[in-house]
Design a protein around this ligand. Structure first.
Ligand SMILES: Cc1ncc(COP(=O)(O)O)c(C=O)c1O
Ligand SMILES: N[C@@H](CCCC[NH3+])C(=O)O
Length: 417
């Protein structure tokens, strides 16, 4: 099923006209499809029907409460990287006992909060973190369940900024140090070893790097077993890619079938942390063309969304499809789709062949993941409104920010003579 589809010349979000949504709610506007999120989650969940496992949606991809609440009701667990994300999960009705806590820089306060909430597991990324976690757990009389995030040194073959499993990356514990670090963990107070974890990068379009990483972890799991450290779960992280342009990533079912084939018979519960593959193609960013500015060199279409709304093109040269939401009859030309922000890098798309006029609405696809969550107020731009569509209904799931949101917490200096 397609969730953003064309009916004659008009783009629909489920059953609703995107043009009408833009007119009603204003732009820039994020539009999410409830059915798209549900189906993407269920493709993971269904792959686990004959194997014990837990899908822990990576909150960082899209942390809107409505998204988290929807996934919580479907039975999802969550992968978090901050106390703020834990608070969001709880506020959305998620179960902290299904939460894994990742991240290289957990503070003492964050550890305490997560211990008190009773999270399922801490994915520990260094020996120093292990010592700190033991101290914090001791001080609040809790036992911290842990897995070590192992950096298996495999090439995820993705953009260098979103590759995390090579030894030069800051993430995880080098595979060669993992055994020793588990021995340290086994001797620490208030620490219970429950698993092992790896996350080698994001937007992977092949299964091989995942399987290579798992092979390395299985060797480690056997070595640990020989020392009497028996792991209950294997967390394979997130990272499965999506189609933005012409990528052909495997679907979740095929990917998980290969993972399960590799680990079956080992009595290991499977944990995973997908983010992008659940929400990316469940969202679009709708923007209006403010001005057309043809120049001798290039044609610029200046739109009302900018790098502060979606920084992916500026940050990773990411390509996301852009189309007018109502197809007109004007002639297609190549346009640079740029925002109003005062940066040369403020572009959403380059050299796009489009038939557009000032006032038209454009949809940027693949905008459900790592778009709103990485948005900012740069240039004092209020963040966009987010809505979720469910068949024939639309719900505002985050209001457009106002000037008072922009200056919240700020104050003028007292006047001194
Ligand atoms: C530890 C961890 N888990 C899960 C994810 C989610 O990854 P993705 O959105 O690529 O599925 C990330 C982000 O890459 C991550 O850093
Ligand atoms: N923000 C990145 C993904 C980062 C993954 C975080 N571990 C993107 O938009 O592609």
């Amino acid at each position: 099923m397609t969730y953003f589809d064309w009916q004659q010349d008009s783009l629909l979000a489920e059953n609703l006209s995107v043009q009408s949504l833009a007119e009603n709610y204003g732009t820039p506007l994020y539009v999410y499809s409830k059915a798209a999120i549900t189906d993407a989650f269920l493709s993971y969940q269904n792959a686990l029907k004959d194997y014990p496992g837990l899908v822990c949606y990576a909150v960082k991809a899209n942390s809107n409460l409505a998204v988290l609440g929807l996934l919580a009701r479907l039975g999802s667990g969550f992968d978090i990287v901050s106390a703020g994300e834990l608070d969001r999960v709880i506020a959305a009705g998620g179960d902290p006992k299904k939460v894994v806590f990742s991240g290289v820089g957990k503070t003492q306060a964050e550890m305490k909060k997560a211990l008190e909430a009773g999270v399922l597991c801490f994915n520990v990324e260094s020996k120093a973190e292990l010592h700190r976690l033991s101290e914090v757990a001791l001080s609040c009389n809790k036992v911290a369940k842990i897995s070590l995030r192992v950096n298996p040194d495999v090439d995820a073959k993705t953009h260098p900024y979103i590759s995390t499993g090579l030894k030069e990356n800051k993430f995880g514990i080098a595979i060669d140090d993992a055994l020793d670090t588990y021995r340290v963990a086994a001797a620490l107070e208030n620490i219970e070893i429950t698993g092992v974890d790896c996350h080698i990068g994001s937007q992977l379009t092949e299964v091989t790097p995942f399987l290579d990483a798992i092979d390395r972890l299985l060797v480690l799991i056997d070595q640990l077993k020989a020392e009497g450290i028996v792991l209950k779960h294997l967390d394979i992280g997130g990272g499965l890619g999506v189609t933005y342009q012409e990528e052909t990533p495997p679907n979740a079912g095929d990917y998980l079938a290969q993972v399960i084939e590799k680990i079956k018979g080992r009595n290991l519960e499977l944990v995973m942390e997908p983010g992008r593959s659940i929400v990316a193609n469940a969202g679009i960013l709708v923007t209006q063309v403010e001005y057309l500015k043809p120049t001798a060199d290039k044609n610029f279409a200046i739109v009302d969304a900018a790098m502060n709304d979606n920084i992916r093109p500026a940050l990773y040269q990411a390509w996301q499809a852009i189309e007018p939401v109502t197809k007109g009859s004007s002639e297609a030309q190549a346009w640079e789709i740029v925002g109003p922000v005062c940066e040369t890098g403020d572009f959403l798309g380059r050299d796009r062949k489009l038939a557009i006029e000032a006032g038209d609405y454009l949809a940027m696809f693949g905008a459900g993941a790592y778009c709103f969550t990485m948005s900012s107020n740069y240039n004092s731009r209020p963040r966009a409104c987010e809505i979720m569509v469910d068949k024939d209904s639309a719900f505002v799931v985050r209001e457009r920010e106002s000037f008072s949101d922009l200056i919240k917490g700020e104050s003028l200096l007292p006047i001194s003579e």
